[in-house]
Structures are given as C-alpha cells and as structure tokens.
Design a protein. Structure first.
Length: 121
C-alpha cells in the first residue's frame, strides 16, 4: 500500500500533478481520460473556430488521466516483479508525459494566437 505524504511548499508543477493524480480516485482519472478523448473527438469532428485550442485542452485531460491510471498500474506491477509489464508501463507513462507537455504547449500557443488576433498582419 502506498502512503502519500504532504506536498512540499516549493514543489514543482510536475510534482504537484503527480501528487494530485496519485491522490485522485480511479473513477476520477478514468473520467478525465474519457472526457479528454470524447472532447478531442468532438472538436475534431465539428471543427469550431478555436478547435485547436479545444483539442489541446482535451489532450491535456486525456494525458493526465492516462498517466494517472498507468502510474497506478505501474506501482502495482512493480511489487509483482513482472519486468515486461513494468517496462511497458514506464514507456506509457513517459509517452503520456510527452503528450501532456506538447498539449499544454499547443494550448498556450493557441490561446496566444487567439489573443493576438489580427494585431500582427
């Protein structure tokens, strides 16, 4: 069983997100994953005016939920000693981390592009 200690006051964003994902319920992480997937698919299907921002936001939720669930599975598999499953879940966690960082960058750049509008033309 894993016990969570209190978060340090000078914790980084990555530490904060890991703490939040590890303290969230599996139902909440699954909801984040499903809402991110459905929201991204809906934004790609309907293509509203700010669809890139919506897809980036949905990918942030998807990556957070997927990383949290994979991290939970990784901690359970680590106690069993299954090396292949542990390596696969490590790779999945790393991939979801990269997807989350890229989605956050896309979200920030998309909001910035909307905010600039036609200032630079």
């Amino acid at each position: 069983m894993m016990f969570l200690s209190a978060l340090r006051p000078d914790a980084s964003l990555a530490e904060f997100l890991a703490y939040r994902a590890r303290s969230a319920s599996i139902r909440r992480l699954s909801l984040d994953l499903v809402v991110g997937l459905a929201g991204g698919a809906a934004a790609l299907w309907w293509r509203p005016s700010a669809w890139l921002v919506l897809v980036s936001l949905a990918l942030c939720f998807f990556a957070y939920g997927a990383w949290g669930l994979a991290d939970r599975a990784r901690s359970r598999v680590a106690t069993q000693g299954n090396r292949f499953a542990s390596t696969s879940l490590d790779a999945l966690c790393a991939a979801m981390g990269v997807v989350g960082v890229l989605a956050t960058a896309g979200l920030l750049l998309g909001v910035w592009a909307i905010a600039l509008g036609t200032w630079i033309s």
